[in-house]
Design a protein around this ligand. Structure first.
Ligand SMILES: [Zn+2]
Length: 469
């Protein structure tokens, strides 16, 4: 049951002594995990974190306290109940749990729900629960009871809680369905979000904590997954030394997404160790880096002041060298604003489908991964757009790598508008988005007017215009 004031979630679970007990999980800001009276409690976060990552979730940075009522000896059979409490309580599952459920099952490292060997089947069910979610292996013993629901994975539980019993009365929930959360972004960022999703462009997100950087990365991955059956999502723990197994990360995320979070906190040598592999990677990984803009996190925030001395902010941002930032095709400052609007998922998916169709017709893969030698002939850049691009290169002194990044991104914008040729405004906006990346290290007024495209006219065309071939 969801109790707003105390942020406590409660489920029934099956104990080692074969009785139903209440599991109460309280969550608040902080970083501690405590299970009152359970000796192996300290291992639980790592174990469940590994299982969560299979689906792109993670163990949250929260102070989590667990209690059982009455006090009971619990074992891995309570994994499912704890996982659901943690995922709902940290809002990774955008679900309001309206009633009490019984949940039983251990969770393995792949997120599968399994019975604990030796546990006996319950003879009765808690009266307070309307539904009882148990491993598939148990469900077949209760096939006549519609309140008993068999689940195979954590994803099945999420689907069940979201859709309830409407889909198939009493039958086990097996069909995988993605639940698209409410993503609120400014108009500019909505266009940015769409461009990255359509072309799988490696990008760098900077912004205060809690503005949805991680959520955006996960959603890009999910969109890749639904449109081209991608690989896995990997969010490695920030390294403590220069040793970064980037090769193995890229291998594991082939066709998927590698999310490098909090890179501002990584050792400098670790950042530099990423450079070469990212440059040489001939893989189809969409890699995304995210960082706070300064040590306190709030530089550039609309309402909350940054408390860092100016020298500290520059020192922090100077950690990202030009060559490192050059590995990313796009750069964005992400922040939440009350005027942000919800992303309309049906529209996003419709437009992605069209843009992907344009790309597959060319037969060269996604734009973000186009080989450099195919750029010139493949992209159909209009003459005036070339002129703008060369002018931009002269003025900024950007190298060929940046020019390639701008071309790839501009092509995706044209694809999203179903425009045959790349037009000057595509080039200008793509260059602006790429240049802000470089502005990170070369300009003191990072987000101010110095950033705008002063002589060519500011690139203000985030809203897609009607297609003009
Ligand atoms: Zn600050």
């Amino acid at each position: 049951m969801w109790q707003l004031a105390a942020m406590v979630l409660e489920f029934s679970t099956w104990s080692r002594n074969n009785q139903w007990v209440q599991l109460q999980v309280s969550m608040e800001p902080g970083y501690k995990f405590q299970w009152v009276g359970r000796r192996d409690g300290h291992q639980i976060p790592q174990r469940l974190h590994a299982a969560f990552r299979t689906f792109g979730w993670k163990w949250p940075g929260k102070r989590i306290t667990v209690l059982t009522q009455p006090p009971a000896d619990l074992h891995a059979g309570s994994d499912a109940a704890l996982s659901v409490a943690v995922l709902v309580g940290s809002r990774q599952w955008p679900i309001r749990v309206q009633e009490v459920y019984s949940l039983y099952g251990s969770v393995d490292l792949f997120g599968k729900i399994l019975p604990v060997p030796g546990d006996v089947l319950p003879e009765s069910w808690p009266a307070s629960s309307r539904f009882h979610l148990v491993p598939m292996e148990w469900k077949r013993h209760f096939s006549g009871n519609n309140a008993v629901v068999g689940v195979g994975t954590l994803q099945d539980i999420q689907n069940f809680l979201h859709h309830g019993m409407r889909r198939d009365q009493g039958a086990s929930v097996q069909k995988k369905e993605i639940i698209w959360p409410d993503l609120r972004l400014s108009e500019d960022l909505q266009w940015f979000f769409l461009v990255v999703a359509a072309g799988a462009h490696p990008c760098f997100l900077m912004g205060p904590p809690g503005t949805g950087k991680t959520q955006m990365a996960r959603l890009w991955w999910k969109l890749l997954d639904v449109t081209c059956e991608g690989g896995q999502f990997l969010e490695p723990m920030p390294p403590r030394s220069a040793h970064v197994p980037i090769g193995s990360w890229l291998e594991r995320t082939e066709g998927g997404c590698l999310f490098l979070d909090e890179v501002g906190e990584w050792p400098l040598k670790a950042l530099e160790a990423l450079r070469k592999p990212l440059e040489e990677a001939q893989c189809s990984t969409l890699y995304i880096a995210a960082s706070n803009p300064c040590p306190c996190g709030f530089q550039g925030h609309a309402s909350r002041p940054c408390t860092c001395p100016p020298g500290r902010i520059q020192a922090y941002q100077r950690r990202f060298s030009g060559p490192f930032l050059d590995r990313f095709q796009l750069y964005a400052y992400v922040q939440a604003d009350p005027s942000d609007e919800s992303v309309v998922w049906s529209e996003v998916r419709h437009r992605l489908k069209r843009a992907r169709a344009m790309q597959s017709k060319r037969g060269l893969g996604l734009n973000g991964q186009l080989p450099a030698d195919s750029l010139g002939k493949a992209l159909l850049v209009q003459e005036a757009a070339w002129t703008d691009l060369r002018l931009w290169q002269q003025r900024t002194g950007m190298g060929e790598r940046s020019v390639h990044a701008v071309l790839r991104v501009a092509r995706t914008m044209a694809d999203l508008e179903e425009s045959v040729g790349v037009q000057p405004r595509h080039i200008r906006l793509a260059a602006h988005w790429h240049w802000s990346n470089q502005g990170l290290i070369s300009k003191s007024d990072l987000w101010g007017p110095a950033h705008s495209w002063s002589t060519l006219g500011a690139p203000r065309s985030p809203r897609p215009q009607s297609s003009q071939p």
